[in-house]
Write a protein that binds this ligand. Structure first.
Ligand code: MN
Length: 198
């Protein structure tokens, strides 16, 4: 099987109290695992076993038609969740540092203004999806949302950090209150990893 679940850099319970162990475990070992399994089935059917996930996500238009939707949905679901787990840490510093912090200040004026804009985008996203800090094709930072399992990599964007706003990401602990999940996410956002991706 070409695609496996990534090893998490923390235990299921280590993001408590902001992200509960039960949700992390189900999200990883059920939701993410299902995307990986379905992606593996789709690449096998498409004879695309030798492609990297980036190659898959950037060449969907040339995928065999019977597998194209599955490659988009499960390839995106697999990759988006890999990026999501990397976006979290038990040792959240609360804000960006270094060159990323400077670039955020240059674009939004301050980290606080950026954080308000990111939170507003996450609140306003209708239905299932993701909100990303990305580097666009011009090399500039931007906040974008993607629906369902669309990957920013397919759109030519470089993901820096991401929040999952599908209800499965937060429903057990936060019920339907997405605002509480977004507030919690800021406490466990991995700005060190974001800086490295930037
Ligand atoms: Mn998810």
């Amino acid at each position: 099987m070409p695609f496996e679940l990534p090893k998490l850099a923390y235990g299921f319970n280590e993001l408590e109290p902001h992200y509960d162990a039960a949700t992390v475990e189900i999200h990883y070992s059920k939701h993410h695992a299902t995307y990986a399994a379905n992606l593996n089935k789709a690449v096998e059917a498409a004879l695309w076993q030798n492609k990297s996930i980036t190659e898959i996500l950037t060449s969907l238009e040339s995928a065999p038609e019977p597998q194209r939707a599955a490659l988009r949905n499960h390839g995106g679901g697999y990759s988006n969740h890999c990026l999501f787990w990397e976006s979290l840490t038990p040792k959240g510093e609360g804000k960006a540092t270094g060159k990323l912090a400077k670039a955020i200040d240059a674009k939004w004026g301050s980290f606080e203004v950026f954080a308000e804009a990111f939170t507003a985008k996450a609140m306003a996203h209708f239905g299932s999806g993701w909100v990303w800090l990305v580097k666009n094709k011009a090399g500039e930072l931007d906040i974008v949302d993607t629906h369902d399992q669309i990957s920013p990599i397919s759109l030519g964007l470089t993901p820096i950090i991401v929040i999952d706003v599908w209800e499965h990401a937060y429903y057990l602990k936060y019920k339907n209150v997405r605002a509480d999940w977004i507030k919690a996410w800021w406490n466990i956002a991995n700005w060190e990893k974001a800086e490295a991706r930037f």
